[in-house]
Ligand binder design. Structure first.
Ligand code: AHR
Length: 515
């Protein structure tokens, strides 16, 4: 009997893959806390685009789909689990053709417009200011409203701000009361225009900056209820917008926004498919997403020069993957599937945003439901959670956590053809619950990574958390199989006070460190 037990043990040991002789080393310096990771880094974006709002989230009070004030209970319930800190609305490009007065008062009387940017479909204006605030109230989130600079007027924008924020007895404040809201809304953030270099008006940064200053001056709100004013900046590697705005509108700007979308091919014509891709599109997508780090650094360098006091934040208020739309869907609706690759993209971006926590105070993934890199997909009364949703959920402890310096050494780079990217991305923080959290992302789709984690001056006893991975690079959930990919429990042991972790291939791991 003894002999059988012994041989079984030997067999089991032989079956276990050996821990690498030269593992990746991750060292956390818990004694040198960095800036707080603003919870708004986990912000969301909901535009009047495709089925992102209508159908996906708002079905109206008369719908058979269970809802509260017209907003789907299933979708709102799932989003609440993400602790969504804020929602940006109504666009995007849509913001610059949105006239807020179309979206107040009795719904049956609201004008029907054409959504010229997104599919040329009819916009009923059923979701307007009051409905948007119902949504953020249901989510317990802050409101980030994007004003219309492109086709509106200064007066129109000033009236909207007064309508939302004034506690006076002005006609606009009374109109708000007549429409059902006595107390002013809390507009935490207000942006003046969107992508003014493109759909927002094809302007130069100089022209936009002058307009921005004009509008910002005319937007009156009670001191205690004045939104933080956001200027719309550039995208990709263009830093001119950040430079011109931060030089010339410094005193009037809380933050400058910046947009970057990850496209597998890097080309708007033929972006690449959301599913069914081969490894070259896995690595190119990850390599392209990692470029956001140098874009952020470039913007920060400009801000450090023009705003050394660090008064102006850099908001990445649109980011995420953008693929060719799914076959059979309306091209202007930007509907795409969402796979393990998207979860890895999300996690890599989070880890980068954490590194720049002192300037990057907000980011908004594009977009919340049914559009681009969505958290949730819906089909009639059905809903599924995407891998990106799961990544956001795993990272909840990082919201408002204190970032900690992390050093990665002996990384095994991941190479395919001409492209090489880091194998392991890591981020650590002390969360509000007092625990130390670590995220590890293995970008390599074929090789697990052995990692030794060390917290300077601390004896680790183990780690517990969750892992998100799958056999296929394009693993995704469908309405037939909505649980195909979801996080699984993950734990790691310590040896000699250090953690030894095998991160599976193509995986996102978030653990609380113990000891
Ligand atoms: O998120 C989709 C679109 O992408 C937004 O409307 C626009 O701002 C950007 O170009």
């Amino acid at each position: 009997m003894k002999l059988i037990k012994k041989s079984l043990a030997v067999l089991c040991m032989a079956a276990l893959p050996a821990f690498a002789a030269n593992p990746v080393s991750v060292t956390i310096d818990a004694g040198k806390p960095g800036p707080v990771i603003n919870k708004n880094v986990y912000g969301q974006f909901a535009e009047h685009l495709g089925t992102g709002i209508y159908e996906g989230m708002y079905v109206g009070t008369g719908s058979k789909i269970p809802n509260t004030k017209g907003w789907r209970n299933d979708v709102v319930g799932a989003l609440k689990q993400l602790h969504v800190p804020l929602v940006r609305w109504p666009g995007g490009c849509f913001a610059d053709e949105y006239h807020w007065k179309d979206g107040i008062g009795p719904r049956a009387k609201r004008p029907v417009k054409v959504n010229t940017n997104w599919g040329g479909v009819e916009e009923s204006n059923a979701v307007g200011t009051h409905e948007f605030f119902d949504l953020v109230d249901l989510l317990g989130a802050d409101a980030y409203v994007n004003g219309n600079l492109g086709s509106g007027t200064v007066q129109e924008m000033a009236d909207w701000v007064e309508y939302m924020t004034s506690d006076s007895k002005s006609s606009l404040a009374n109109l708000r009361r007549k429409n059902g809201r006595d107390k002013p809304f809390k507009v935490a953030y207000f942006a003046i225009g969107n992508e003014a270099w493109g759909c927002g008006g094809n302007m130069t940064p100089e022209h936009y900056t002058n307009l921005y200053k004009n509008y910002e001056t005319m937007l009156k709100a009670p001191k205690e209820n004045r939104p933080l004013m956001i200027a719309s900046g550039g995208n990709d590697y263009d830093i001119k917008w950040t430079d011109v705005i931060s030089k010339n509108a410094k005193a009037q700007t809380s933050a400058i926004s910046f947009h970057y979308y990850t496209i597998p091919t890097g080309k708007w014509e033929g972006k690449g498919a959301a599913t069914g891709f081969a490894e070259p599109h896995w690595i190119s997508t990850l390599a392209n997403t990692l470029k956001i780090d140098s874009m952020i650094r470039n913007n920060i360098a400009v801000l450090d020069k023009n705003d050394p006091e660090k008064k102006i934040g850099l908001y990445v208020d649109e980011w995420g993957t953008w693929y060719d739309v799914e076959t059979g869907t309306t091209p202007g609706f930007l509907y795409q599937q969402n796979t393990l690759r998207d979860a890895v993209v999300a996690a890599l971006n989070f880890n980068i945003f954490h590194q720049h926590a002192d300037r990057v105070h907000m980011t908004n993934i594009a977009q919340m439901v049914n559009v681009l890199q969505a958290m949730i997909l819906t089909e009639k009364d059905k809903m599924l959670l995407t891998p990106t949703y799961h990544a956001f959920h795993m990272y909840v402890p990082f919201q408002d956590a204190t970032s900690l310096p992390v050093k990665v050494a002996d990384d095994k780079a991941y190479t395919l053809g001409e492209t090489t990217i880091p194998g392991i991305s890591a981020s650590a923080a002390r969360a509000k619950d007092g625990k130390l959290y670590l995220s590890l992302v293995n970008t390599n789709p074929g090789q697990p990574a052995d990692v030794v984690v060390n917290v300077a001056g601390k004896q680790l006893a183990g780690a517990n958390g969750r892992v998100l991975t799958a056999t296929a690079m394009d693993a995704h959930n469908t309405f037939q199989n909505p649980q195909a990919i979801k996080p699984a429990p993950f734990s790691a042991k310590a040896s000699g006070g250090k953690l030894t972790v095998t991160v599976p291939a193509k995986a996102v791991v978030v653990v609380a460190l113990e000891g």
